[in-house]
Design a protein around this ligand. Sequence first.
Ligand code: GLY
Length: 348
Amino acid sequence: METVMVNASTAYPVHIGGGLLEKTGELIAGVTKSRACAVVTDTTVETLCAARVCRSLQDAGFQVCLHAFPAGERSKNIATYAGILEFFAENKLTRSDFAVTLGGGVVGDMGGFAAATYQRGIDFIQIPTTFLAAADSSVGGKTAVNLSAGKNLAGAFHQPKLVICDTDVFRSLPADTFADGMAETLKHGLIADADFFDELTRGTPDVDRMVLKDVKIKAAVVNEDEFERGKRKLLNFGHTLGHAIEKCSGYAAPHGHAVAIGMVLAARAGEKMDFSPAGTLDAVVAANRKYGLPVECPYTAAELYAAATGDKKRDGGDIDVVVLEEIGRARTVRLDMEGLRAFTEAAL
Ligand code: GLY
């Protein structure tokens, strides 16, 4: 097992390795004095691995209750979030108890937001069960729920007490679901580590190595800029138009696949608008193809622009988009709405 420390406003370990689900109880016992918890999961993960996690928690002496909501991005809404809060209250969770989010990004984001707001905040532990969630959303304390107007529009920064990444679980994922995590992994190489991107394009590193690199890169960014005032915005490479794609698809497009296309679009716009050197687009397209990720956008510039104007990355009348200055180095560009329209048109 490898451990990366995140040193944000609170410090916490991220454990990475095989066979960790069975050790959930003992790992959590090391970071809390509380004896009661609620495990929040979705109906898919409930069938696959909730019993193992609950048993491990019970064996370590914890009192456990389990709440599962229907799997999928469409569940990420205020009604499901309210259901989690009601479940906490019905099970008499107190301020000194904690939540365990067992699942992909939807479970982690929404369960984390419920933990952030229940009784003004209780502790929570993230156990990502997708490569995507391990590579990105489980680390860094962003918690959220979608509103009708867009993704993650209600949320809070609330750092977990501990993150447990069982890499055996990621190895068992269907190829398409695994590819979602590759999109965020490629993103980390593209924005912060040219050698890692090169390694990803030459071969396919073991999943343990990729998660370790993902978490190290993300932790370094979060340690410097927890509340996304500057550097953390770079993690949004591919996300402004990626979120627009998700919205245009009615949230049927998987996040990683949408971000993969969003990175292609940002690379193309970056080149056309002279932010990125020639060859950037080809490198992103080739990497996506290698890992079975899409490169074509099924929506028009007008559709993407309409969807992107509701994005929470807007700041007053402006929006920050991320472009690559070279492979391994990114910067933000502040655009007004006309600039965003031009960027979107250049992207397609
Ligand atoms: N997913 C981007 C971030 O955590 O900032």
